[in-house]
Ligand binder design. Structure first.
Ligand SMILES: [Mg+2]
Length: 265
C-alpha cells in the first residue's frame, strides 16, 4: 500500500527495468525483495495501461502505476478515486493539436498509432496482440521523432497549444502541460497524503527528466551502448547515480546497493 510506506521506488519501464527485447527477468528477484520490505514499486512509463497490466502481472506488482507518460494513474488500491487519476487530455484532442503543429511547421508529424503493423513492429519490436495493447491509448500522443532542425519551431508551437513534447529514445510524446511523469508522481503523493515520502527514481531517457526531478535519489540506467547523453546533459547540475550495468541488470544492482545502504534489510 502506498499509504503505508515512506519510501517508494518509481521506475520507468522501457530501457530501464527491461531492455529493448522486453526482458524483465533481471529485476524479478529484486522486486520480490522490495515487496517483502513493503516498498511499493510504482511503474512510470509511456506505455498504455493495457501494456502495463501484463507487466505488473508478470512481476507480481500490485502498486499503482503511472501510464502514458503521466497522462493517467491507475491502481486497484486507489479506492478514494475509483481506481484512477486522470491528468492528461484525450487522445482525440491531442491528435488535433499534433495536426495543427504539423501545419505550423510545414512538416507532417506522424502518430505512432497511424503506422502499419509492419512499420510499428520495425520501430518498437512489438508484434501481434502486443501492438493492439500499445495502441490502446487515451491520454497521450506518441509520434515519430521529427528531424532535429525543427525542434525549436515545434517548441514555439507547443506553447500556443498548451502542450509539451518529450523525446524518448525511439519516439516523441505530445502531452497536455498538466501531465508528465513528475506531475503524476506529485498527484500520487498528494493522494497518499503522508509527509516526507522519499522517492528512488530510475529512468533512461530525457522523457524521464520530470520523474528524476521529482525523485530524492536519481538513478540513470544506461543502455548497452552507454547512457543517453542528452539526459546526462540535462542532469549535469544535479546529483545522480549512473548505474554501472545496462537495463534490468543496472536496475537490480543499484536498487540492491541502495536498500543495503539505507539499512532496510
Ligand atoms: Mg525509457
Amino acid at each position: 500500500m502506498i499509504e503505508n510506506s515512506y519510501l517508494w521506488v518509481v521506475s520507468d519501464v522501457d530501457g530501464t527495468l527491461m531492455d529493448h527485447s522486453y526482458d524483465l527477468t533481471p529485476a524479478i528477484e529484486t522486486i520480490k525483495t522490495l515487496k517483502k520490505l513493503s516498498i511499493p514499486v510504482i511503474l512510470c512509463t509511456s506505455k498504455t495501461a493495457s501494456e502495463v497490466k501484463v507487466i505488473r502481472k508478470e512481476l507480481n506488482i500490485t502498486d499503482p502505476y503511472i501510464v502514458e507518460n503521466g497522462g493517467a494513474i491507475y491502481g486497484e488500491s486507489l479506492k478514494k478515486v475509483n481506481g484512477k487519476i486522470i491528468l492528461g487530455e484525450k487522445y482525440e484532442l491531442l491528435e488535433e493539436i499534433l495536426n495543427f503543429i504539423s501545419k505550423e511547421i510545414d512538416y507532417k508529424l506522424i502518430p505512432l498509432n497511424n503506422l502499419s503493423d509492419k512499420d510499428a513492429t520495425n520501430l518498437t519490436g512489438l508484434k501481434g496482440n502486443s501492438l493492439d495493447l500499445m495502441r490502446d491509448r487515451h491520454w497521450s500522443m506518441p509520434f515519430l521523432n521529427p528531424p532535429n532542425f525543427l525542434e525549436e519551431k515545434i517548441k514555439m508551437s507547443c506553447k500556443k497549444f498548451k502542450v509539451d513534447i518529450f523525446k524518448g529514445n525511439r519516439m516523441s510524446h505530445l502531452l497536455s502541460i498538466n501531465s508528465n511523469k513528475g506531475k503524476a508522481i506529485n498527484a500520487l503523493k498528494k493522494y497518499a497524503n503522508i509527509p516526507n515520502i522519499k522517492i528512488i527514481g530510475l529512468g533512461d531517457s530525457p522523457n524521464d527528466m520530470p520523474l528524476l526531478l521529482n525523485s530524492d535519489i536519481r538513478v540513470v540506467i544506461p543502455g548497452i551502448t552507454g547512457p543517453n547523453l542528452d539526459l546526462l546533459d540535462q542532469l549535469k547540475d544535479l546529483e545522480y547515480i549512473l548505474a554501472s550495468e545496462p537495463n534490468g541488470y543496472g536496475w537490480k544492482n543499484e536498487i540492491t546497493k541502495l536498500i543495503n545502504k539505507l539499512e532496510l534489510i
